[in-house]
Design a protein around this ligand. Structure first.
Ligand SMILES: [Zn+2]
Ligand SMILES: [Zn+2]
Length: 319
């Protein structure tokens, strides 16, 4: 059986009407995709990040379980966490699949993703979507979970934090920190890019105007090398820089700033799905302001181009 899908090979994205249907493993479900979101990681994969992923991208999705070995999942509306570990190694057993040396990641590493009619996912990764939550809002679960990861990594909510990059992920990070009681300043290049930050009640500033050494925690969600350099200027001595940017290429930094000011640098990737769904279901994060446009799968190449435009909001794909 063949399905319609977007396919990435050597940084080249194309639409295929005859991609092979995913074959779920013994403990996996086959999910009919309702809607999927394009994120910065997908754009970086298309630019060659991670040495160029070959397969179907897409890791933010909502769908309906078409087939599952456990009948309790049959017909349910779900999303799924994206890391698939071996389930046996010390890291899998201690902290989960995120850092398994043998892992696959749905739509990112060694496993087809959700920019297709169907996607396969382990039952262990499935999370049921509450009835009251629309597909279009629930598709933000994965990026919101990634934002929540920061609150897991910091011992306590910081007093003052700056978030560099008021894009799709940066806005979610700012919102999550402010819900935790932190005074958040969103840092962006243009007034237009900061309009949503102000609408969400967050303080906003340009990189030049933000106080040097003024923040306990600075989150770099800029998606470019300049973000980390600015983060080192804005964080106070003994403060923490959380790196959320993933981009293809290297970053030049003056390491002495980190040493002299004893800055802690934390890399941050995937986070917990259940609390993210709860925040969405309660309406505590108003993701409607992050919605961009919707495209059919057939228009996937145009959808990627739209998502890459500066200031673009979340672009959704519908099979
Ligand atoms: Zn993502
Ligand atoms: Zn493992």
């Amino acid at each position: 059986v063949s399905v319609r899908a977007l396919y990435l090979d050597g940084g080249e994205l194309c639409y295929r009407s005859d991609h092979e249907e995913p074959r779920p493993g013994p403990d996996e479900a086959l999910i009919r995709v309702s809607v999927a979101g394009i994120c910065a990681t997908d754009l970086e994969l298309a630019r060659g990040y991670k040495g160029g992923f070959q397969g179907v991208p897409g890791h933010e999705f909502v769908g309906v379980v078409e087939r599952a070995p456990d009948p309790a999942w049959q017909g349910r509306r779900v999303t799924a966490s994206i890391n698939v570990g071996c389930g046996r190694c010390a890291r899998c057993l201690a902290t989960g699949p995120e850092h398994c040396g043998d892992r696959a990641v749905i739509g990112i590493l060694g496993r087809d993703g959700a920019f297709a009619e169907y996607v396969a996912a382990p039952l262990a990764n499935l999370v049921a979507v509450p009835d009251a939550l629309t597909d279009e809002r629930a598709v933000f679960t994965e990026p919101l979970a990634a934002a929540l990861r920061i609150t897991e990594q910091l011992e306590a909510p910081p007093g003052r934090a700056a978030v560099i990059g008021p894009g799709r992920l940066g806005m979610l990070v700012g919102k999550v920190l402010s819900l935790a009681g932190t005074e958040v300043t969103m840092i962006g290049r243009s007034a237009a890019s900061l309009a949503l930050a102000r609408a969400w009640g967050l303080a906003a500033a340009s990189g030049q105007d933000a106080p040097r050494r003024g923040f306990d925690v600075v989150v770099d969600a800029a998606g470019n090398p300049a973000g980390f350099r600015l983060a080192l200027d804005l964080v106070r001595p003994l403060g923490t820089v959380v790196v959320k940017s993933t981009f293809a290429g290297a970053c030049d930094v003056d390491m002495s700033t980190i040493v002299v000011n004893e800055i802690r640098v934390i890399g941050s990737r995937c986070g917990p799905f259940a609390p993210a769904l709860l925040l969405l279901a309660r309406g505590q994060v108003d993701v409607d302001g992050l919605m961009g446009a919707e495209y059919r799968l057939e228009q996937g190449v145009a959808a990627f181009a739209h998502a890459a435009r500066p200031g673009a909001r979340k672009i959704l794909l519908r099979p």
